[in-house]
Design a protein around this ligand. Sequence first.
Ligand code: SF4
Length: 354
Amino acid sequence: MSFAVKLMNWYCEKGRDLPWRATHDAYIIWLSEIILQQTRVEQGMPYFHRFVEAFPIVTKFAEADEEDILRLWQGLGYYSRARNMHKAAKMVVSDFQGMFPTAYEEAIRLPGVGEYTAAAIASFSANEPRAVVDGNVYRVLARYFGVKEPINSIQGKKTFAEIAHDMLDKRNPGIYNQAIMDFGALQCKPKNPLCADCIFRVECVAFQERRVDVLPVKLKGKVSRNRYFHYFIVVEDDKILMSKRGQGDVWTNLYEFPMIETAEDVSLSDLMAHADFVQFFEENAVLEAVGKQIKQVLSHQNIYARFFIVRDPHALKKKKKGWNYYFCEKIDKLAKHKLIFSFLEKNGHLISVK
Ligand code: SF4
């Protein structure tokens, strides 16, 4: 029995029953694929349902306000994905008469759609024989064939793309692609793969040569830089001070509390001696620390965040341009980045406003 047939048999028995698999609608498939990039299925599922409900067809998505899209997206991170989705939806309307493209060569023209997503759209919606190559597929193929080439090297990418295409079942590319991705997610997992009861344990090179834990090989990336964000939740009557982030850094145009960034972790007294703090806050400001330092990992940077409530609005000497007070109901509707969204979900009750 061929690799593909064995794999698809396994999938029929053990594959996941996911809502976006019950459709050939390229728009719905695209929504699910973009939401699931860098996101676990369990985390992405409620977002998928929310987006389908808010924008059941691509033209509705194209017409939406970016603020509304970002608000629905908040908590998922990687906001450029949401912005690219909006651009892509507009392009579907302007260049494809509102019909979401199902062909690989057309889908890949859309902003935010790379080779993987275009292959997923084309194979799932139109059965076009395009092999998807995501982290799961790299892992399964690297182990099954014992490939030592790094999956993130130029040559490695080429090698894996060729193997993936050779192995693809050209008559059932959609099912085959879903099968290999599920196999990687459920059976040939990154840690503790279920080799003992694997359908491939006889042919699998990594298993036979005891190299499962060293494959796939990945080249080390850039070293991440550390950044320290200190947030101030200034409360005035029944409103809270919020600030909208500008361009040129992470979280463009998303809302957060006024923040001071330091290059190193600093004590409270050093923070209060910081030039920005002295500029905006009174010397005797009382800062109420909330919770422990939170770490958020972004690509190539680690954000370490602390939060302080400032209950006396007079402690604020002056407002920076772009800092405005908002009622809580309005803050709910603002598009906030994940750090702020998660903080409010957990600690919102501590910021008691009258
Ligand atoms: S035997 Fe282990 S490493 Fe090989 S394909 Fe199966 S689960 Fe993956």
